[in-house]
Design a protein around this ligand. Structure first.
Ligand SMILES: Cc1ncc(COP(=O)(O)O)c(C=O)c1O
Length: 419
């Protein structure tokens, strides 16, 4: 049996129903915005490999940073120990969030959220307050671990575990602002609310649903004025996907906690970070062991991840990268106006480097059967895409060039013609 067949026999892949035949594409190489399969066919990575890649695959500077670090220190226990890349990264990241003062490292987006929820609950407990409820927006998604699932929408993803999830207050969605604000104000006035966790301005997994910074600002102000802590989950939106490095820059009211992952290492390594305010940290900083934040993963503060994250930040902050993001955004905006005129397309939306649209279908949402057709059509045309049901989106690495973007748009039009 060749190793390809063994993949099917041995590996349980994520978010994938079992099937009789092996269907997983073998990728042997990545270069810039392209991935290459076993037969040498190339695919434009139009979704940055699940929203993680920033500067392209096998980026020389990022690869070199990992190689360098791997010859000095790859990993050390992060309790009572530290290392230079961890401190340098903390300084760089906190410099981007001047209102936050401490960083807690973990492994991925879900764990970054778990840490945030624990910080928030324990913060209130240390102040002697019985505040342990969270407010979430309808259709939110914050990860697959139990705490993260609890603060996410109840859905296909969570229904087998619902009994075991802690209760949260689900608000109406941002597409119904009047009801949302009314319900939100009422919820924030309750005395048991610990925090509001939100995906700022783009609910990614819900189908790249976008909402205005002005609406979010209104919610943040209501929450703040009622003593509700703010957790910005920038796992998907962070590191330049939108007009700013982080969406939280677009609202005057700032969060108490920010969760980061995905683009944190430029797409090279699993890594997560939870950034907290000094006020939050101060509630834990006492000589009382019961007031410790009892949380830590074996690979917390991994030195390779810190080193590559630093190299990725260097790239991200170069004027060339900013220029690329601007070029992608402008290019998306022009194509958005073409798409909006087509009868089979609904709700074209764009924020920075993210462009999304819905294909008009009888069955919409995650289970829409058109999804498989879209995936195959684009794959045949050399494009890796992963629609959210009948929602198609483009979220490319920043190194993508104008020709590759034009190919994404052209194939999109060709697909729409088949409908
Ligand atoms: C907003 C948001 N938060 C958290 C997560 C979970 O991240 P991870 O898959 O790294 O656990 C995701 C993943 O898509 C996400 O989009």
């Amino acid at each position: 049996m060749n190793w390809q067949a063994k993949d099917h026999e041995l590996i349980w892949h994520p978010y994938q129903a079992h099937s009789a035949a092996p269907t997983n594409r073998v990728i042997v190489k990545g270069q810039g915005s392209l991935l290459y399969d076993l037969e040498g066919r190339s695919y434009i990575d139009a979704i940055s490999s699940w929203w993680v890649n920033l500067h392209g695959h096998c980026h020389p500077a990022l690869s070199a940073a990992i190689a360098r670090q791997s010859n000095e220190l790859e990993q050390v226990i992060f309790a009572r120990h530290t290392h230079k890349p961890a401190v340098q990264l903390a300084e760089r990241l906190l410099g981007l969030f001047p209102y936050l003062g401490k960083i807690f490292y973990s492994d991925n987006g879900s764990t970054a959220v778990e840490v945030a929820l624990k910080m928030c609950m324990q913060y209130h407990a240390h102040h002697g307050h019985e505040r342990n409820q969270f407010i979430v927006l309808s259709d939110s998604y914050h990860g697959d671990t139990f705490g993260a699932m609890s603060v996410s929408a109840r859905s296909l993803f969570t229904h087998h575990f619902e009994r075991h999830l802690f209760q949260v207050l689900h608000m109406p969605g941002p597409d119904d602002p009047a009801h949302l604000i009314e319900a939100f104000e009422t919820a924030c006035k309750r005395q048991d609310i610990a925090g509001f966790i939100y995906e700022p301005c783009i609910q990614g997994s819900a189908g790249m649903k976008m909402y205005a910074p002005e609406l979010l600002e209104q919610l943040l102000q209501i929450a703040k004025s009622n003593g509700v802590l703010l957790i910005a989950d920038e796992v998907m939106t962070g590191f330049g996907r939108t007009e700013t490095l982080f969406v939280s820059e677009q609202m005057p009211t700032k969060p108490d906690i920010v969760c980061l992952s995905k683009g944190l290492t430029g797409g090279y390594m699993p890594f997560g970070a939870t950034l907290a305010s000094n006020e939050m940290y101060a509630a834990f900083a006492v000589e009382d062991m019961t007031k410790t934040l009892f949380h830590g993963h074996s690979y917390t503060g991994n030195a390779l991840a810190c080193a590559v994250a630093l190299a990725s930040l260097d790239e991200l902050q170069k004027p060339e990268c900013f220029e690329q993001r601007r070029m992608i955004a402008q290019s998306h905006a022009s194509f958005a106006s073409v798409l909006s005129a087509l009868p089979s397309v609904r709700n074209v939306r764009q924020k920075g480097t993210i462009l999304a649209w819905d294909i008009h279908q009888e069955i919409s949402g995650y289970r829409s059967p058109i999804r498989e057709r879209i995936i195959s059509f684009y794959a045949e045309a050399g494009i890796l895409i992963r629609p959210l049901g009948n929602t198609v989106y483009l979220l490319p690495p920043y190194c993508i060039n104008a020709q590759e973007l034009a190919q994404l748009y052209q194939v999109t039009l060709e697909f729409l013609e088949t409908l």
